[in-house]
Design a protein around this ligand. Structure first.
Ligand code: PMP
Length: 287
């Protein structure tokens, strides 16, 4: 079932109204999980970093040994055509997707010859400005590049994240603070994470095992433009227990303050508030 409303699907060269079927039963992507996607947003009349999201879905396809069929620039043009059908006030989730259609000589390998491609647009509201999130520990971890294709944003990685969420949600928390293979903090099940301690803004250093997101990079760049830096470093769960402020970032809601990590509690803090303002100032300025 779709998470949004007013869905439009670009498939086989044209826009369709609704959540139309795009895969076949024998598609490699349907039975062997070779599908990759990206998620961008349209909100307040703009689609921030859309090109970067389209570039990333092509990189994800290549990591899955799927040949991308559209240039990022083509994808942007198609998305803009689709977005023109929505009211300017709508908030839309933009999801380009590739999947392998045929098997290669060994069925597990993809045949680079044929690639499925679709873009799905769904109206999903931005979270209200006072939205917050609570985090808890999970026993499930991020895999490493030697055990999963973590250098792609791929559907196949998300059942692991889903079991993290299921585990913490039965305990009354909303999201999981996830460890990498070494046991250090990596990200949450659906977003990147930052903490502030004594005025220093810190976030886990990208080590190739988690999605160092486009929104994360944008917040870091916005701060850098004002001469401020974010320390990318190894962070432990104990570091988060003594943080003054914690927040998560991702394309869907851009930035969300964390109010609890297990039994440690925080107030929504000034850095998250400021970064949200800086984000929308940057996005709406058309820079
Ligand atoms: N980590 C995970 C697991 C995610 O699903 C997301 C959302 N795509 C992110 C981080 C944030 O990435 P981005 O800012 O590129 O959306």
């Amino acid at each position: 079932m779709a998470s949004g409303t007013n869905i439009k699907t670009w498939f086989e060269g044209t826009w369709h109204n609704g959540d139309v079927p795009v895969m076949r039963a024998a598609d490699h992507g349907a039975w062997l999980g070779t599908n990759v996607f990206d998620g961008a947003r349209y909100a307040h009349g703009v689609a921030p970093d859309l090109l970067a999201h389209c570039e990333r879905v092509n990189a994800s396809a290549r990591a899955f040994m799927i040949e991308p069929t559209h240039t990022p620039e083509d994808m942007v043009a198609i998305v803009e055509e689709g977005l023109a059908c929505y009211p300017k006030a709508a908030a839309v989730y933009i999801r380009p997707m590739y999947w392998a259609i045929d098997s290669g000589p060994s069925v597990v390998l993809t045949d680079p010859g044929r690639t499925g491609f679709a873009i799905c647009l769904e109206e999903i509201p931005l979270a209200p400005p006072d939205a917050t999130v609570t985090l808890a520990r999970t026993r499930f971890r991020r895999p490493t590049l030697d055990s999963a294709v973590v250098n792609a944003k791929a559907g196949a990685l998300y059942p692991n994240n889903a079991r993290m969420l299921a585990e913490v949600q039965v305990r009354g928390f909303q999201n999981a603070l996830v460890a990498d293979a070494m046991g250090n903090v990596a990200e949450t099940a659906t977003s990147n994470v930052f903490m502030v301690r004594d005025g220093e803004i810190m976030t886990p250093v990208p080590n190739g095992t988690f999605l160092a997101g486009i929104t994360r990079a944008r917040h870091i760049a916005n701060l850098a433009a004002e001469g401020e830096r974010v320390t990318e470093t190894v962070l432990t769960f104990e570091d988060f227990e003594v943080a003054d402020e914690v927040f998560v970032t991702g394309n869907m809601h851009k930035i969300t303050p964390v109010t609890a990590f297990e039994d440690t509690t925080y107030q929504p803090g000034p850095v998250a508030l400021r970064l949200r303002e800086m984000y929308w100032d940057w996005a709406l300025s058309g820079r």
